[in-house]
Design a protein around this ligand. Structure first.
Ligand code: PHE
Length: 450
């Protein structure tokens, strides 16, 4: 028998769920390090521009598809374009989900490890090299990262098992305000540091000479990643939202919150990095290697460290929940599986993928695909290809394949909201967003411009 379809019960709850998906490692781990390697403030205006030109239209497109069909990633296309191959876009999303959860849960596991370390005050008095060596030993053990990513996947599964209202919505309603609170405490703490001015100057004074072709690609990839776009997560969540919600308003707010949290994370991180004379251009290790080091030297650093790694763990959990829910919904809709059974299958499969990712990071590991280890390969495949191509096809579908009448009805909630501004968004979804994504994607493939 088919289980009843879940739904969010309040607009606050549904907004927190969407924010929970969007706000994740992308904001706290990826954004600061990308801003760091791309010349700090030079990255920001470009990023903001792409959020508006690509991010907002895309999140709206996914919401239109989910709301118009009341189905998940694959089901939405089957319903809106029956007897066509469009549903393959949904399959691409599910594949991207596997890839992302595989490596994302490993990073989430790292944050758990640093959280334990902070609680035990394990890094007090350690030098940078000692902290780095400890982290390397942890990664090389193989079993430790596997165990911790397994813990994270298990926690995610527990939330999903409870269903849409009692699991996804409820936990996001609790965890998101908590996350915001922690972030604000960290931000205020940042104001008291000696390197505050220098950190802020790095983040906010633009140096346009630092913008290269790569900056543009990084910025667009980040827009997709941070707003959870291009893989049907937002299609699935929007299928749980009541039809009367003002979509433009709520998605506008979500986009604003997500962007603000990325910037606030920058404010919480860079002053500390400058205060203790650490290079802001470290790359992916930025928060994991530099920050424990910063906390080790700071007065009260242990508590700041606990808060910080708790923050990242929460952010990671709620994003993982959204991907896991998208995949669970797919199994339930396509194969009429019970939620419990779908979750168990997924948990086993994902644990396998994440273990491969963790093992591929052991020094000298032979788990390689081409020149990448499995971890980097899945990251690259999902963010550079699956999400971008998926996103492009989704805006094209919303703008060109969906009937204009249905588009309008869904966008305006049957003519209730945004009737005047609607043509502008239709134009952006039909022309600006797809052209921008296609151009940037082609240049990524070196087909134009090199
Ligand atoms: N948006 C999440 C983040 O910023 C990551 C994510 C990607 C979540 C894709 C869901 C889907 O960390």
């Amino acid at each position: 028998m088919k289980e009843q379809r879940g739904a969010f019960t309040s607009s606050f709850g549904s907004m927190m769920a969407v924010v929970g998906s969007a706000v994740g490692l992308g904001n706290i781990w990826r954004f600061p390090y990308l801003a760091g390697v791309n010349g700090g403030a030079a990255f920001l205006p470009l990023y903001l521009f792409l959020i508006l030109a690509v991010g907002l239209p895309l999140i709206l497109s996914e919401f239109i598809l989910g709301r118009a069909s009341r189905r998940g990633a694959v089901g939405a296309f089957r319903y809106l374009a029956p007897k066509t191959k469009w549903y393959l876009v949904g399959y691409m999303g599910v594949t991207a989900g596997f890839c992302i959860l595989g490596f994302y849960s490993v990073i989430a596991g790292w944050s758990l490890r640093f959280l334990f370390d902070a609680v035990l005050n394990a890094h007090a008095g350690q030098s940078y090299e000692e902290i780095a060596a400890g982290f390397r030993a942890f990664r090389n053990s193989g079993w430790q990262p596997i165990l911790l990513s397994g813990v994270f996947l298990g926690l995610t599964a527990v939330v999903i098992l409870k269903g849409v209202e009692k699991g996804v919505e409820r936990w996001n309603k609790i965890l998101m305000p908590l996350l915001l609170g922690i972030l604000l405490v960290l931000c205020v703490n940042s104001f008291t540091l000696d390197g505050f001015r220098e950190g802020m100057a790095f983040l906010f004074r633009p140096d346009f000479s630092k913008i290269t072709a790569n900056t543009v690609l990084d910025a667009m990839g980040q827009v997709f990643f941070t707003l959870s776009l291009g893989m049907g997560v937002m299609i699935t969540y929007s299928s749980y939202v009541t039809k009367s919600e003002n979509m433009l308003r709520s998605k506008g707010i979500v986009t604003l919150i997500d962007t603000s949290i990325a910037i606030i994370s920058g404010i919480a991180i860079f002053p500390a990095v400058f205060t203790f004379g650490i290079s802001p251009t470290q790359g992916p290790d930025l928060i994991f290697l530099t920050l424990p080091n910063v906390f080790a030297k700071m007065t009260g650093g242990q508590y700041v460290g606990i808060l910080f790694f708790l923050l990242i763990s929460i952010a990671a959990l709620t994003s993982m929940v959204s991907i896991f829910e998208m995949m669970t919904n797919y199994l339930m809709e396509e194969f009429q599986l019970k939620r419990r059974r779908a979750v168990v299958w997924l948990l086993c499969a994902l644990f396998f993928v994440s273990s491969l990712c963790a093992l591929s990071q052991v020094e000298g590991s032979r788990l390689m695909i081409g020149k990448y280890n499995v971890f980097d390969f899945l990251d690259m495949l999902s963010s550079n290809y699956l999400m971008t191509i998926g996103g492009l096809l989704i805006v094209i579908f919303a703008g060109w394949r969906l009937s204009p009448k249905r588009f309008r009805k869904t966008f305006t909630s049957d003519g209730r909201y945004n009737n005047r501004i609607y043509p502008l968004f239709r134009f952006v979804i039909r022309f600006i967003a797809p052209i921008a994504v296609a151009l940037i994607f082609l240049s990524k493939l070196n087909l134009i411009g090199g």
